[in-house]
Design a protein around this ligand. Structure first.
Ligand SMILES: [Zn+2]
Length: 305
């Protein structure tokens, strides 16, 4: 049996919201079994917003949740980090509508989780095991889940840009592969879109510190973290959005040119397709303890008390 997990202790950091540009305090707090991942806006009282497809809100450039008129935005990178290293239960407190963008990747959240430590709880973890394919497509955008013994993700993207015309990658997601191969991949945007977003009051906190910015022929940042950082970031986004099914998935996620809108529509469909999966208690192989990864000080967030 795999046990559910939570954090060993509370941990907090400060960052900025990508769209508002405002400073945000983020705290991750240990939670009991079957609590799941819930957000609480400390600026709006005690209302909690569980991270499930039932609370999906406006999905545009990022994934948002809302319940009882309490909303949280840009949840996907944090959700990907928590679920990929097996943190099933945690209370996420924010004093602002947006999860801080950090460096545009999930690496700073991994740092926080490792700094807090992870502990097992006395309750079995349930996995959502895919037994029949589930798929949706919209034009040339597609996303599907197929039966597999492991959770793995295949993603392909194509853009009309010399640096990322076509990129495709398959990664079997383990705690270790997520930390090393997926979490550091940063979000990306096109310079031509930045001005438009700013005019619409979006991306006010955006900078070369928290996104790869693509000019007409290359990137404005110093360097990429991976040659195919773009498609790796799409894998990160898809993992975070799929986390809204509320269980770790055992299956092969395959996506082509999708985005948050399609990822989240798909996550909702997965829960509806009850004939296509079973809830099981073991992954088929026991989960290893958290890998000993040397924390990358370069991505360390500013810790708070
Ligand atoms: Zn993203």
């Amino acid at each position: 049996m795999d046990a559910q997990r939570t954090l060993r202790r509370q941990i907090s950091c400060v960052g900025i919201g990508l769209h508002s540009g405002n400073k945000v305090n983020l705290s991750l707090k240990p939670a009991p079994p079957d609590f799941g991942i819930r957000f609480r806006r400390t600026d709006l009282g005690d209302h909690e917003v569980p991270a499930t497809v039932h609370n999906l809100a406006g999905i545009q450039l990022a994934t948002g949740l809302s319940r009882n008129e309490v909303s949280v935005e840009t949840v996907e990178h944090l959700l990907a980090a928590l679920t990929s290293v097996g943190v099933d239960n945690v209370l996420v407190e924010l004093n602002s509508p947006e999860v801080p963008i950090m460096d545009g990747s999930a690496a700073p959240f991994i740092y926080l989780i490792q700094e807090a430590g992870v502990k097992r709880l006395a309750a079995p973890r349930k996995y959502l095991k895919i037994v029949r394919p589930i798929a949706i497509s919209r034009g040339d955008k597609r996303i599907a889940l197929y039966p597999s013994d492991h959770f793995k993700v295949t993603y392909s993207i194509s853009f009309d840009h010399p640096l990322l015309r076509h990129q495709s990658r398959t990664i079997r997601i383990t705690e270790e592969s997520f930390v090393e191969d997926v979490a550091p991949a940063r979000t990306f945007t096109f310079l031509k879109d930045v001005e438009m977003m700013r005019q619409n009051g979006l991306a006010l906190g955006g900078s070369l510190e928290n996104a790869i910015v693509l000019g007409e022929t290359g990137i404005l940042n110093n360097a990429l973290r991976f040659e195919d950082e773009f498609v790796r970031h799409k894998i990160l986004d898809a993992i975070g959005d799929l986390a809204l099914v509320g269980y770790p998935v055992i299956g092969h996620l395959v996506a082509h040119r999708a985005g948050h809108a399609l990822h989240t529509e798909f996550a909702a469909k997965v829960l509806e397709e009850t004939q296509a999966w079973r809830l099981v208690e073991a992954a088929g192989e026991s989960m290893m303890p958290l890998p000993v990864v040397v924390k990358d000080a370069a991505v360390a967030p500013r810790l708070a008390n």
